[in-house]
Design a binder for this molecule. Structure first.
Ligand code: HPA
Length: 276
């Protein structure tokens, strides 16, 4: 059928028909454990992914698979409660389609959160990490294929993908909450296996502080469209081989549960101070 632009428009038109014309200021992708924040929006409107034209459907346990639009700290935001992961079998183009639809809706800023494995041995389980940059050496780019020049250029600069002014707000708000906010480089792995200990050592040598299976495709698509991105990881576990204990999804979910209140508070504060 249609090309990407037409699909974006059709999805955006459907969402507008549900939420009205009032502008949405911030798109939020809420990772494992953080989805609850979306339930705290005022005047919530829920839109199932399955109802949005061309949206894929989320399959992962623990992810609800819907958009939640409403007001947080006085700002109108759109949360993705559950995201699409490459490891689920979606193409990178499908993984980032919701971000492109946010752009079609006029959203200019994106907050992405995730669960990640700590690679930097000074990190502790439960720490939050401001993503200052990322490394993606594997898997194709979400921008592979025909380029839509009015979305962004064919070849685009990734310097400054993670916005400095948004990072500054996150640092300041974390400090005022008395929270430790680590900073570092997030390295993308395709999953669904966790990394091997050797891959984690390699990731460290390459300069990464955390590893995970999400966020980077969304950040690339957002950067292509010149959206500002703020990324925060929750270090739900130390990456493979560091603590000499097996990794499992339960640990990831458990840490997410323990941290979600503090993480949610930080996001609220950052949203309140969000610079437009
Ligand atoms: N590796 C990759 N993704 C993850 C991890 C990890 O150790 N923890 C949470 N998400």
């Amino acid at each position: 059928m249609e090309n990407l632009k037409e699909k974006m428009q059709e999805a955006a038109m459907y969402i507008t028909s549900r939420i009205g014309e009032e502008p949405v200021l911030i798109g939020m992708v809420l990772g494992s454990g953080l989805g609850d924040l979306a339930e705290q929006l005022e005047d919530r409107i829920y839109i199932s992914y399955k109802d949005v034209p061309f949206f894929p459907v989320s399959t992962v346990f623990g992810h609800k698979g819907r958009l939640v639009v409403g007001t947080l700290e006085g700002k109108r935001v759109m949360c993705m409660q559950g995201r699409f992961h490459y490891y689920e079998g979606y193409g990178m183009d499908q993984v980032v389609f919701p971000i492109q639809v946010m752009h079609a809706l006029g959203i200019k800023d994106l907050l992405v959160t995730n669960a990640a494995g700590g690679v930097n041995t000074s990190f502790k389980v439960g720490d939050l990490m401001l993503i200052t940059d990322h490394i993606k050496l594997i898997a194709d780019s979400p921008m592979r294929g025909p380029n839509y020049d009015d979305l962004g250029p064919r070849f685009f600069d990734m310097t400054g993908t993670y916005d400095k002014s948004l990072m500054a707000i996150a640092r300041k708000e974390a400090a005022s909450l008395g929270m430790t906010l680590q900073e570092g480089i997030y390295m993308f792995f395709a999953g669904p296996s966790f990394e091997t200990p050797a891959e984690v050592r390699a990731a460290r040598i390459l300069g990464s502080d955390a590893v995970g299976m999400s966020t980077v495709p969304e950040a690339i698509a957002a950067s292509h469209m010149r959206m500002r991105v703020l990324g925060i990881s929750c270090i739900t576990n130390m990456a493979a081989g560091i603590l000499q204990q097996p990794l499992n999804h339960e640990e990831v979910m458990e840490t997410g549960e323990l941290v979600k209140e503090g993480f949610g508070n930080l996001i609220r504060r950052v949203t309140r101070q969000w610079p437009f």
